[in-house]
Design a protein around this ligand. Structure first.
Ligand SMILES: CC(C)(COP(=O)(O)OP(=O)(O)OC[C@H]1O[C@@H](n2cnc3c(N)ncnc32)[C@H](O)[C@@H]1OP(=O)(O)O)[C@@H](O)C(=O)NCCC(=O)NCCSC(=O)C[C@H](O)C(=O)O
Ligand SMILES: [Mg+2]
Length: 299
């Protein structure tokens, strides 16, 4: 049976400087939480946000299940970066998210700091690609394999739009040249790529359309800024009943005695190759993981 990658459909940024959001995050059903110490905390709030997050993470410690826990730290060349990293490492979070990664040296630097502090080898780094230089170097970033392996690339459209001077129109075509290199580099390196945030929390339709577009482009999931965005994200980044039925038909087609040893078969009017079989098996494994998460199937 094909095994599925961990679910990263819905990945919510939680501003650590906001005590209510921090408290609220503990009751949310979401695939991953990124506790943010970077852009959502003003300079004067950063020390207090780090301490509040330290306390919050300690209360969560030992909880056997729940969302993946990540902390977005400040850049390591700022006054706060190393303190943030040490706090996240001490709280044994699953992932440290590095903002504004503009080349592989940023990953090596963070990985070295984790090794020096004996961080668990399972701790992962995620790299935010949100600068022009980061986009230009994204294949080298994705291929960098430091001790604490790169677990995902995360798009940062707000910084990209600002740096590139883009004026986005519906469907964000202006952003595609910036997202394309990340998608290619992530796939080539076998790393999931997470789509960027959608800033208008009241625009449900526009948000749902961007989620569908993100999935069609090959993102594994989407980063979010508000709990109201979780449901639509999970709907868009989960296989539909139609996709599951189609995958089951492909698996059944190749299981027929007549298909034994054949590379290609016909199902209805369509040619189906073994590469489609592999894709169908992966989709069914993914659907099973989602059903287990919902409690519809035993794990
Ligand atoms: C966008 C917000 C500022 C809106 O805040 P607010 O108006 O207070 O929201 P609501 O009143 O609708 O909130 C309802 C309840 O939900 C809780 N809440 C809201 N947002 C979150 C959250 N992100 N995580 C957890 N809980 C949340 C509220 O506390 C309310 O609950 P209660 O208090 O019990 O009533 C706000 O949503 C927000 O700050 N969002 C996150 C902002 C953030 O983290 N930004 C940084 C990451 S995005 C980024 O940097 C992208 C990237 O780097 C790039 O360049 O693109
Ligand atoms: Mg940013």
């Amino acid at each position: 049976m094909v095994s599925a990658d961990p679910l990263l459909r819905s990945v919510l940024f939680v501003p650590a400087a906001n005590p209510r959001a921090l408290a609220r995050s503990a009751s949310l059903t979401v695939d991953a939480l990124i506790f943010d110490l970077e852009d959502s905390a003003a300079e004067d709030e950063k020390d207090a946000a780090r301490e509040a997050l330290r306390t919050h993470l300690l209360t969560l410690r030992g909880a056997p299940t729940g969302p993946l826990r990540a902390v977005r730290i400040n850049p390591l060349d700022t006054r706060h970066g190393t303190e943030d990293l040490l706090m996240a490492r001490g709280a044994r979070v699953d992932v440290i998210v590095l903002p504004k990664v503009d080349g592989p040296s940023r990953l090596h630097e963070a990985s070295r700091a984790l090794v020096e502090t004996d961080a668990p080898a399972a701790m992962r780094l995620w790299a935010m690609v949100e600068t022009a230089r980061g986009v230009a170097n994204v294949q080298a970033i994705a291929d960098a394999a430091p001790h604490h392996a790169l677990g995902a690339l995360v798009a940062g459209p707000n910084d990209l739009v600002a740096e590139a001077g883009l004026r986005l129109s519906p469907g964000r075509p202006e952003l595609m040249p910036w997202l394309g290199p990340m998608l290619v580099a992530g796939r080539a390196a076998g790393i999931p790529i997470l789509d960027g945030v959608y800033n208008d929390v009241a625009d449900r339709e526009g948000f749902a359309a961007e989620c569908r577009q993100g999935r069609a482009l090959g993102f594994a999931g989407k980063t979010l800024i508000h709990p109201a965005q979780i449901e639509a994200t999970e709907a868009a980044f989960s296989p539909s009943a139609e996709e599951i039925a189609e995958a089951e038909a492909i698996v059944a087609g190749f299981a027929e005695p007549i298909a034994a040893g054949r590379g290609v078969i016909r199902i209805g009017a369509r040619m189906v190759e073994r590469l489609h079989l592999m894709r169908a098996e992966a989709l069914l494994a993914w659907a099973r993981t989602i059903a287990q998460r919902r409690g519809d199937l035993p794990s």
